[in-house]
Design a protein around this ligand. Structure first.
Ligand SMILES: NC(=O)c1ccc[n+]([C@@H]2O[C@H](COP(=O)([O-])OP(=O)(O)OC[C@H]3O[C@@H](n4cnc5c(N)ncnc54)[C@H](OP(=O)(O)O)[C@@H]3O)[C@@H](O)[C@H]2O)c1
Length: 308
């Protein structure tokens, strides 16, 4: 039996978000953010993910302007990042930094995230979130959310929050499922949507692909036959992400791949419930992440092999 999923997900604040985004924070997508952003929009992608620290907000705004689409038909995400040297933002820097993002983008982003909990100085995370809540109330920001937040970070801002974060953008794929479970439990309780970056890690960054690789290859072969078009194993991972109710933030600086990404955006549900479950179950037997950073600090790792 196949499941029914939509090309957009509903957020806590009653807005909707396209299930797949093209991001310009990594690889060639970052270097060629304007041309690739334009190509992504022409190919059918309706969601661009940028951040202050990527230095691609201007190119993001320009690609939106140069496209034949109306601004309201495109979903733009940006993020309040730390300084380029990694140092945190003082509270009085937050409003001007957000204004700078809006100026570079040429419009208010549909979603604005706190890039990670260390953007705030120690002990100031709650106050920083309050600034975002106030800007939302004043109509200067639209949806607000977070990224790379562990359970303890979520708990700080959720306590007495006027506006809960609508999303938490994380490295999310089958090999992080076991580790992320405490975060996913909090998010399920509060209705916070997960956004996945690094979704292709099991296939592209794990040294061997681990036990998931043959499973994804088998599913890819089955659905390519049924669909009459090649659906490669990376696409299977993205479709699994959607089936899990998680927004996929992927990237490419390769025009041919960007075109395929546009086609993926409107693919029907091709995975069966059994296949979705199998990908999750096999993934949960391994722990492997590409972007370690602080996600392994003060957040217990599961006792699992890396599956090499
Ligand atoms: N919030 C955060 O802290 C955070 C952290 C990391 C990333 N992000 C966001 O998420 C976006 C995506 O991150 P990601 O790069 O980790 O995502 P990903 O989807 O795991 O990987 C995308 C990369 O995979 C390559 N690729 C895609 N399909 C491929 C295929 N079939 N075969 C071989 N290579 C393939 C692309 O290279 P080509 O260019 O050659 O196609 C691209 O460099 C970033 O750009 C950024 O917007 C956010």
């Amino acid at each position: 039996m196949t499941i029914q999923s939509s090309v957009t997900f509903k957020l806590l604040d009653d807005t909707t978000i396209p299930w797949i985004a093209w991001g310009n924070g990594t690889g060639d997508a970052k270097v060629k953010a304007l041309d690739c952003g334009r190509a992504a929009l022409e190919s059918g992608i309706r969601h661009i993910d940028t951040a202050q620290i990527y230095h691609t907000e201007k190119e993001t705004g320009e690609s939106v302007k140069q496209s034949s689409l109306k601004r309201e038909d495109i979903y733009v995400t940006s993020k309040l990042s730390s300084h380029d040297d990694g140092s945190s933002r003082s509270l009085d820097e937050v409003v001007p930094a957000i204004q700078e993002s809006v100026d570079k983008l040429g419009s208010v982003p549909d979603l604005f995230l706190v890039h990670n909990p260390y953007v705030a100085k120690p002990g100031e995370l709650k106050s920083l979130w309050k600034i975002l809540e106030d800007l939302k109330d004043q109509g200067q920001l639209k949806s607000i959310g977070v990224s790379n937040f562990r359970p303890q970070d979520l708990e700080i801002i959720l306590e007495g929050a006027k506006h809960k974060p609508v999303v938490n953008q994380l490295e999310y794929h089958p090999y992080t499922l076991a580790h992320l479970q405490p975060i996913l439990d909090i998010q399920a309780k509060h209705g916070i949507v997960t956004e996945s970056y690094g979704a292709l890690t099991p296939l592209l960054r794990h040294p061997t692909g681990g036990p998931l690789k043959p499973v994804l290859e088998r599913i890819s072969a089955r659905i390519s036959k049924v669909h009459g078009k090649t659906i490669d194993p990376t696409v299977v991972l993205l479709l699994w992400t959607r089936a899990m109710g998680v927004v996929a933030v992927t990237a490419s600086g390769n025009i041919e791949r960007i075109k395929k990404m546009g086609e993926i955006a409107t693919l029907p549900d091709l995975l069966t419930e059994e296949e979705i479950k199998e990908i999750s179950e096999v993934g949960k037997k391994v722990h492997f992440r590409h972007y370690t950073e602080h996600m392994e600090n003060d957040f217990a790792l599961p006792d699992l092999p890396n599956g090499a």
